[in-house]
Design a binder for this molecule. Structure first.
Ligand code: SF4
Ligand code: SF4
Length: 442
């Protein structure tokens, strides 16, 4: 018998205890300093409790369990709901300081974008044929999809009608500036959620997310969130954090709490990290590693636990573990591209996901004017998981990490068949320190 290769042992931040987690046996325990130190030293004496919980294993028996869990994962993913992004246009009314799309070329004059109705019809025909047997929903994405132009409105009308006719949900990703004007139209769809980005309170937000050519955007976005909630549409408020605005996150949280947003069951939040995927992140010093971001969030929450009413950071699987009292299923693959996520744009091209939609050279096929699919490229995406990436196969963190993001891996080393590592141990240490303490903030 030996220690499981899937044990993740970490010293809990600011406490003299350890967290031991095993995603394959789905066990987690807080250990005393002495017990933790014993395991760190590789000592286990075939302890019956450790064996029962799958921390100490017969490696062959564990390999069998790994294979069975992998097959269950693939099965579940094959039945999972698919998210289909549609980008009517890359045009945007904002000139955000960190925008990654601003170098994307406009579609050529006279190309498919000149016949947007035909392209949208081809998109729905493709969805009807190719994803007939799958549960699915559509997300309209940009650029900024909710612009005041007639063309933008017509595209959103087409998506509202096309999804409503098929009984599909429609989600919207918007900067929120013209959201209030669009609500009567969106109210005709089955809206899954409206994702709106707000990076701070007025001063912080407006310094990052301003109109092209300058101009404040905070007020209309806040009015859009208010109007959405009043109209009964779910809001997912997203904040993109980096060194410039993390301090202001606390203020934003209190703004949302004071405005009554956090009381609504329709309101949730998400954090985006401003990261090195695209061309424009010249000022690398501003960028944040995932660990630095979570270290700062930990400190913010410790100093002001009320912030948790606005957002509860995940800290890998720690939030789930301490909220649910159990671990999530093992994550053999964190990247949904070409599996449960596809992206389509008005040029008639198909992309693996939103991280690469519109990016030159990243298309894997077309749905208009004709249907084509680069089977080799699609297979490469579909085969990318922790059982396939060589470095991940032997990684103890694999089933919490899932191999990370294929687009980030490609950006870093030129291929998606490479790891995008998550600092799982360090995140769990922080999360257990925050959520697992006897006096953990509610
Ligand atoms: S490539 Fe990255 S952004 Fe795209 S689906 Fe995979 S994890 Fe998500
Ligand atoms: S991406 Fe890195 S941390 Fe994640 S499973 Fe692979 S090797 Fe481990």
């Amino acid at each position: 018998m030996e220690l499981s290769r899937h044990n993740i042992l970490t010293k809990i931040h600011e406490r003299d205890e350890y967290l031991l987690v095993n995603l394959l046996s789905r066990e987690a325990d807080v250990l005393s300093a002495a017990e933790g130190a014993r395991l760190v030293g590789g000592e286990h004496r075939d302890d019956a409790e450790l064996v029962r919980k799958g921390y100490v294993v017969d490696p062959q028996e564990e390999a069998r369990r790994y294979r069975a869990a992998y097959l269950d994962f693939v099965d579940a993913r094959d039945k999972d709901e698919i998210q289909l992004f549609y980008v009517p246009s890359y045009a945007c009314n904002f000139g955000c300081s960190y925008c990654y799309q601003d170098e994307y070329a406009a579609p050529p004059a006279g190309g498919p974008a000149a016949a947007p109705d035909a392209v949208l019809a081809a998109f729905f025909a493709y969805v009807d044929d190719v994803f007939a047997e799958r549960r699915k929903y559509v997300t309209v994405f940009g650029g900024e999809p909710l612009l005041p132009s007639a063309a933008a409105r017509r595209a959103v009308e087409g998506l509202v009608e096309g999804t409503a006719r098929r009984g599909l949900d429609l989600a919207v990703v918007t900067n929120g500036y013209h959201l209030a004007e669009y609500l009567p139209l969106l109210g005709r769809a089955r809206i899954r959620e409206v994702q709106i980005t707000l990076d701070g309170t007025a001063k912080v937000h407006d310094a990052r997310r301003y109109l092209k050519g300058g101009g404040s955007t905070f007020g209309p976005i806040v009015a859009g969130v208010d109007a959405c909630l009043a109209a009964g549409l779910p809001v997912n408020l997203r904040s993109v954090l980096d060194r410039d605005n993390v301090e202001g996150f606390r203020e934003l949280a209190h703004f949302a709490i004071d405005r009554g947003w956090t009381k609504s069951p329709l309101f949730k939040t998400q954090i985006g990290r401003n990261y090195e995927l695209h061309h424009c992140q010249g000022e690398q010093a501003r960028l944040y590693s995932r660990l630095e971001l979570y270290q700062d969030l930990y400190a913010l929450v410790k100093a002001d636990p009320a912030l948790l009413a606005f957002h509860r950071p995940a800290f890998s699987v720690a939030r789930f573990l301490f909220a649910e009292g159990e671990l999530p299923d093992p994550l053999f693959d964190a990247c949904p591209a070409c599996r449960t996520e596809w992206a389509f744009d008005a040029s008639g091209r198909i992309y693996p996901c939103t991280a690469n939609v519109g990016k030159p050279g990243e298309s894997v096929g077309t749905f208009y004017p004709e249907r084509t699919l680069d089977e080799t490229a699609v297979a490469a995406w579909q085969e990318r998981d922790v059982a396939g990436i060589a470095t991940c196969r032997d990684c103890a963190l694999a089933l919490a990490c899932g191999g990370g993001c294929g687009a980030v891996a490609k950006n870093r080393v030129g291929t998606i068949d490479a790891p995008d590592c998550r600092p799982v141990r360090e995140l769990l240490a922080l999360g257990a320190g925050l959520y697992g303490a006897p006096d953990a903030p509610g």
